[in-house]
Ligand binder design. Structure first.
Ligand SMILES: CSC[C@H]1O[C@H](OP(=O)(O)O)[C@H](O)[C@@H]1O
Length: 352
């Protein structure tokens, strides 16, 4: 299946995290080489790497490269370092659950190895294996998401997406963009409309970049055009990603998604959230319990170094919003398509 660049991986010698710096897209494709917790934290905070699954993959590899540098024979000392690095990376961004899911998974693997009396070198090797598995599993989950989603779509459809839930937000295939890539391979000639997605323009800068580079038919629109393209009959389905899905199905995604979902309901257009089950957080009961990241107001007033509002004027910059299930047609995961009643069907998903 067609895919984009893999945004987060290790270098050849497995001692540095290699990240495509997405803040520079679409003008340049430059890579960061990181091996400190501060460098990885900063890359996540400034969205050099972004998108829930990609953040989880970067955090897992970042934790590994930091521990790989620790010169000790003491498992206790390595464990102390692991908790320090993991707790630090967990403070980078609060909304995407995959960050915390990946870090907890690495910590769990450490505990398993320690319980089997493995030495420091064996534990480091196990953490490398775990982070590779997180990447590989995400690629497999995205392909499965694409296959499930494609059963709901038809050739020639107009698809609207918001922000970027493509290969650059994941492990190369994307979630919302996975059926677009799979459809492209099957000759489905989807017409894709990408909301530019202010203030950081992930749709214009990243979705349009990766889909165009892969040869797909993509059109950028400004965020305030979504209603017009729906009214003109250009949109047959909306496909978006998610950063955290609560146990009842409420879904957090990039700011502006809620507005798109309300418009889609008004125009009778299906609204699909596509995400791996690693994005569903059973510990978060409802969307009201999801912490929404507030970012620097300068991203609005002075985006990309162009002042568009006086520095003295207040600006409010929540990076995400939450779409309640009444506006969601289906949540598409690698395990299948979840429809209402969402809470019950999510429980079943995790039982099966
Ligand atoms: C496949 S998750 C993508 C998800 O992450 C984006 O947020 P950000 O660019 O701030 O990391 C956005 O909400 C996307 O839908």
């Amino acid at each position: 299946m067609t895919k984009s660049i893999v945004p987060a991986k290790l270098n050849e010698s497995n001692d540095k995290l290699i990240l495509l710096d997405q803040t520079l897209l679409p003008e340049s494709e430059k890579y960061l080489e990181l091996d400190t917790k501060e460098g990885v934290w900063e890359a996540i905070k400034r969205l050099s790497v972004r998108g829930a699954p990609a953040i989880g993959i970067a955090a897992a590899y970042g934790l590994y490269v930091c521990l790989n540098k620790v010169e000790t024979d003491s498992v206790a000392e390595l464990e102390k370092e692991m908790k320090e690095v993991s707790d630090y990376l967990a403070t980078s961004r609060p909304t995407a659950v995959n960050l915390f899911w990946a870090l907890k998974r690495m910590e769990k693997r450490f505990e398993q190895e320690k319980a089997e009396d493995k030495n420091v070198e064996a534990i480091k090797a196990a953490l490398l294996e775990e982070s590779d598995e997180i990447l590989k599993e995400d690629q497999e989950m995205d392909i499965a998401i694409g296959e499930h989603a494609l059963t709901l779509l038809e050739p020639g459809m107009g698809l609207l997406t918001h922000c970027n839930a493509g290969g650059l937000a994941t492990s190369g295939y994307g979630t919302a963009e996975a059926p677009m890539y799979l459809g492209y391979d099957k000759g489905y000639d989807f017409k894709i409309y990408a909301d530019e997605t202010r203030p950081l323009l992930q749709g214009a800068r990243i979705t349009a970049f990766e889909l165009y580079k892969a040869g797909l038919d993509v059109t950028v629109i400004t965020d305030n055009m979504a209603a017009q393209v729906m009214k003109e009959g250009k949109i047959d389905a909306v496909l978006v990603g998610s950063d955290r899905i609560a146990a009842n199905g409420d879904a957090a995604n990039k700011i502006g998604t809620l507005g798109v979902a309300i418009l889609a309901k008004e125009y009778g257009i299906p609204m699909y959230f596509l995400a791996p089950t690693s994005t569903i957080d059973l510990e978060t009961p409802t969307g009201d319990d999801i912490e929404i990241e507030l970012r620097d107001p300068e991203e609005i007033r002075n985006g990309f170094g162009r002042r568009t509002a006086p520095k003295e004027v207040k600006a409010y910059n929540p990076a995400f919003d939450v779409t309640p299930t009444k506006y969601i047609t289906a949540i598409i995961t690698e395990k299948g398509i979840v429809e209402a009643p969402f809470k019950e069907n999510i429980e079943k998903l995790f039982k099966d």
